[in-house]
Each structure stands twice: as structure tokens, then as C-alpha cells.
Design a protein around this ligand. Structure first.
Ligand SMILES: *Cc1c(COP(=O)(O)O)cnc(C)c1O
Length: 392
């Protein structure tokens, strides 16, 4: 019995994480409670400044969720009925729902089989005279190579909104050659490339709070776009009780901001732990001779993947899920149904076969246990059970 309990590996475990910051969180919450200031205010402003500094962006605007961050971004870019927004069918629902909520049309584009991210080579072929925004998602913590499309989109006057909900801290190293022939490396951070970066602080995200929370980032300090997002999050007004347009009630509350300020101080270390766990999985898969059955996630050269999820591809996926569950190993499938095949998007007119890569992935992907505090012994156990499954 004892052995069995020890062998259980959860898909994630927030309690272990909480134990590492409990004291700091109590102090932060007490500060907010003593102030009795709960909505926006100094706590949120300080968190916004700290994130802006961390991500090296001009403006960071807290809001109520990642979903709202996407909605606010698209509202601020004036997405209206008739406008097309190019995005991926292999993502969480909110990426596309924000477009449809505003009457815009999601135009899906297939994904890259190696990274599961939008296929950058196909994006530009989807552009029409109605394209207003391209909305890439940095899925599972890996940043898309946006440098491949940023220039052409800018030339055509098409905006870019990054869905960074799964990619807090992800980045790419971009090599550029100057006229003198010298190469320089610059860091391109998720959320600092497009017109707006959208983050979620849902509890399980790499930087999570203890409820709902989100943020929109804008590269240039004082940009009109940032001012518009700030106004839209408080009912479209810049002065209380005066409204320039109809906005949302989408504020980040002070308790969540106080929690996030504590957690922001640790997120770098937590992301490094995730990366170390990913390295260990790959090593263990190789040692177990499983690499011909289990395809580990591919890390693009020049990138820093932050492993929000560790998603492998496997044959006989559904049978494997049951086998792992019987042996106490938790897994998840992100995502079991592509967005172009969701009942609520039937009106868009896509059918099965429209995006072969995304559709194949849906049948083969499996997220293994991944969280900063996962123990090497637990990862060994996951691989042991995987090996047992493929041995029979
Ligand atoms: C989590 C997530 C969202 C939505 O964030 P919420 O804070 O839950 O609203 C949007 N896009 C992606 C890719 C996500 O993973």
C-alpha cells in the first residue's frame, strides 16, 4: 500500500509549490488586508512595473484573466465584424473565442508538426485584404520564431497579438548581421515582439496567482495602444464616471497582484527547474530505449522553452493514458478537439481534414507530469511505466 502511494505521480502539484513561498505569501496578503485597498491601486501598479522590467516592455496592464487580455488587445486594435484574424486551431479555446466575441473571423492556419506552434511558413499565405491581426500562440512554453513574419506583417500594416498565456519567461536569441558584417545577438521575449502580448495568471500557468488574473503588455512606453487598453479595462473611461467608449470591467485585484509579486521573484528559478526536468525526461527516454516510440518535444535552436507542459507524441495514446492512470501516473491531453472542429465554430465552415497536422497531433499528444518541484524519482517512475506499456 505504502509503495503504491509513493509510486503515484500527479500531473502537477500546486501544494508543493505553495509550501516553498507560504511565509512570503502570508506577509503579502496581510499587507493588502491591512491597507483595505482591493482593486487596482498601488499593489497592481507595482506588479505592473516589475513585470515591465522583467519582460523589458514599456507597458504592462493587469486585467482579470488571460481571456480578457486577448479580448482587450483585439478591442484596442479595433477588430470588428468582417475583420480576419489568423491563428492556430491547436490551442486553448480562449485564443479564438476572443476573436469571435468581437464579431471577427478566425482564419485558422495549420501548425508545425515539430513544435506544435503555428507554421510560420504558412501564415503569410493566409493573409487577405481583410486580415487585421495575426495571433500566434507560444504553445506549451515554446516561443514561435516570430522574427520570420514580423517584418512582412509590419510592411502590410497587419498587427500582431501574442498569446503568451503558456510562455511567461520564454524567449529567443536573435542573431542579426549589421552592415559591417558583425553579428549581434539580441533577446526577443515572448510578449515583447507583437503589438500586444497577452498573459494569463491562471493558477497552473508558469506564473500563476491564486484565482484568475491576466495582463496585456505593449512594447513602447506611453503608446496610445496601452492607454486604450488601460481605459478599456475600466469601462472605457479615463476619468471615473466619464466614458469614451464601452469597455469591460476587467481589473486585476490587489490580493492577486501581491501574490504575483512574490511569485514573480521565483519564476526564473521555477522555469529553470522545468527545463531541468525536461532534460531529465529526454535523457530517461533515451536510456530506456523509448525514443522510437515516444517523440519528446522539440526545442527550436536559439530558443528558451519554459515547458509549461511537457508534451510528447505517442502511438496508441488512449490505451497508454489508461495504463498510466492504472499505475498512478497522471497525464492530460492538450487539446482533444481542434478549434476548427468545435461545435460553436461550425459556422466558420471548416471540416475534418482542413488542418491535417493539427488533427494528427490531437490524436497523438500526451502531457506528462511537469511542475517545478517534480522529483527525479517521480520522473523515473513515469518512464518505467511508459516502458512497461511499450514492452507489451
Ligand atoms: C490559459 C490560456 C488562456 C486563457 O487564460 P485564462 O486566464 O484562463 O482566461 C488563453 N490562451 C491560452 C493558450 C491559454 O493556455
Amino acid at each position: 500500500m505504502k509503495e503504491e502511494i509513493r509510486n503515484n505521480v500527479p500531473v502537477f502539484d500546486l501544494k508543493r509549490n505553495y509550501a516553498t513561498v507560504k511565509g512570503e505569501i502570508a506577509e503579502a496578503l496581510d499587507r493588502v488586508l491591512e491597507s483595505q485597498l482591493f482593486i487596482l491601486g498601488e499593489e497592481v501598479a507595482s506588479f505592473e512595473e516589475e513585470v515591465a522590467r522583467y519582460l523589458d516592455v514599456g507597458e504592462a496592464i493587469g486585467c482579470a484573466s488571460g481571456t480578457d487580455a486577448l479580448l482587450l488587445a483585439l478591442m484596442a486594435l479595433d477588430v470588428k465584424p468582417g475583420d480576419e484574424v489568423i491563428t492556430t486551431p491547436f490551442t486553448f479555446f480562449a485564443t479564438a473565442s476572443a476573436i469571435v466575441r468581437l464579431g471577427g473571423t478566425p482564419v485558422f492556419c495549420d501548425v508545425d508538426p515539430a513544435t506544435y506552434n503555428l507554421d510560420m511558413g504558412q501564415v503569410l499565405s493566409k493573409v487577405t485584404s481583410k486580415t487585421k491581426v495575426v495571433l500566434p500562440v507560444h504553445l506549451f512554453g515554446q516561443m514561435c520564431p516570430l522574427e520570420e513574419i514580423a517584418g512582412p506583417l509590419r510592411e502590410r500594416g497587419i498587427a500582431m497579438v501574442e498569446d503568451c498565456a503558456q510562455a511567461f519567461g520564454a524567449l529567443r536569441f536573435i542573431e542579426s548581421r549589421s552592415q559591417g558584417g558583425k553579428t549581434a545577438t539580441t533577446i526577443s521575449r515572448a510578449g515583447a515582439v507583437g503589438d500586444v502580448g497577452c498573459f494569463s495568471f491562471f493558477p497552473t500557468k508558469n506564473l500563476g496567482c491564486y484565482g484568475d488574473g491576466g495582463m496585456a503588455t505593449v512594447t513602447e512606453k506611453g503608446a496610445p495602444l496601452a492607454d486604450r487598453i488601460r481605459s478599456l479595462r475600466v469601462h472605457g473611461g479615463r476619468k471615473t464616471y466619464y466614458h469614451d467608449e464601452v469597455g469591460l470591467n476587467s481589473r486585476l485585484d490587489a490580493m492577486q497582484a501581491a501574490i504575483l509579486r512574490v511569485r514573480l521573484r521565483h519564476v526564473e528559478e521555477w522555469n529553470e527547474r522545468r527545463r531541468a526536468a525536461a532534460d531529465r525526461y529526454r535523457l530517461l527516454l533515451g536510456e530506456a530505449g523509448l525514443l522510437d516510440r515516444v517523440t519528446p518535444p522539440m526545442e527550436l535552436a536559439g530558443g528558451r522553452h519554459v515547458y509549461h507542459q511537457y508534451v510528447v507524441r505517442v502511438p496508441r495514446r488512449d490505451a497508454l493514458i489508461d495504463f498510466l492512470a492504472e499505475h498512478g501516473v497522471g497525464t492530460r491531453v492538450y487539446y482533444p478537439l481542434n478549434l476548427h472542429l468545435q461545435p460553436c465554430f461550425e459556422f466558420l465552415g471548416y471540416g475534418k481534414g482542413a488542418f491535417p497536422v493539427a488533427e494528427t497531433l490531437t490524436d497523438e499528444v500526451l502531457a506528462l507530469p511537469m511542475f517545478p518541484e517534480i522529483r527525479p524519482r517521480e520522473q523515473e517512475r513515469v518512464i518505467e511505466v511508459l516502458a512497461a506499456f511499450f514492452a507489451c
